[in-house]
Design a protein around this ligand. Structure first.
Ligand code: ADE
Length: 253
């Protein structure tokens, strides 16, 4: 069977990927043949006798830059249907929307930078998209590539058992997830909310929706800006979280 998604990771440190995908959901998806992961060592594409892949920058300045030839050869080896993503702190911030779009592709090539960066001509000639995993600088694109693979792979159909649990994820729905509880009913003086034990499905749904709204309002209020809230929901938030909900009142005026 052909896998639904082939991912090539171009890196100078392929051994960094030895363990992260050998566990849990992603390992099972690979074993089932739903996704394929190929780590390519950029150094193997160097024609330099010492397999050097970096050089001093033109114009002077500190830090080395990755030369274009080995990267170009590595990218070209990943197939013509590739979609090339360069991981860089200068990229667009990666979100669940990217993940949803990218999980529908068949061939992803993730390019991990190191040193001061890559030769600009690789960006011009080969890179389709530049993504950052956040406003902080890491030592390379390997950990960001792991983050992308984990997030994208779990959206490939069949990878996560129940489609439901993917749809209810924080961010997929535009809201953060409501709290979850399991046994025991009492833990260090804290009890499970009564409504969850009531067996009343409609009340449980209402509680989950409200707690999702509350959590989103308190930690990520900006996520509520574009969401259409009902008058009931607005009233409930104003009562439950009067301070935080003031921003919503201003908005609805
Ligand atoms: N490389 C170094 N820092 C990074 C970041 N925050 N996101 C993506 N790639 C990076």
């Amino acid at each position: 069977m052909n896998s639904q998604l082939r991912i090539h990771i171009l890196t100078l440190f392929p051994a960094m990927f030895d363990s992260p995908f050998k566990h849990g959901v992603i390992a099972r998806a690979i074993a089932k043949g739903l996704i394929e992961l190929h780590m390519l060592d950029i150094r193997n594409f160097s024609s330099d006798p010492h397999q050097r892949v970096d050089s001093m920058r033109f114009g002077g300045g500190p830090g080395m830059v990755l030369r274009p030839e080995p990267i170009a050869a590595a990218i070209e080896s990943t197939g013509n249907d590739r979609h090339v993503i360069y991981l860089t702190p200068q990229g667009t911030p990666f979100t669940q929307h990217h993940s949803e779009r990218l999980s529908a592709l068949n061939n992803l090539t993730l390019l991990c930078g190191r040193y001061e960066g890559i030769d600009e001509r690789i960006r011009s000639l080969y890179v389709d998209e530049e993504l950052s995993i956040g406003d902080y600088v890491l030592t390379g694109g390997e950990i960001p590539a792991m983050v992308l693979v984990d997030s994208i792979a779990r959206l490939v159909p069949g990878v996560v058992g129940k489609e439901e649990s993917v749809k209810a994820d924080s961010h997929s729905s535009g809201l953060l997830e409501h709290p979850h509880y399991t046994r025991p009913r009492q833990f260090k003086g804290l009890s499970v909310p009564e409504v969850l034990l009531s067996g009343n499905h409609a009340n449980v749904k209402l509680w989950e929706r409200r707690e999702s709204l509350r959590r989103t309002l308190v930690t990520r209020p900006e996520m509520l800006q574009d969401l259409a809230l009902s008058q009931d929901e607005l009233d409930w938030l104003l009562e439950a979280e009067p301070k935080a909900a003031r921003v919503l009142q201003k908005k609805s005026k």
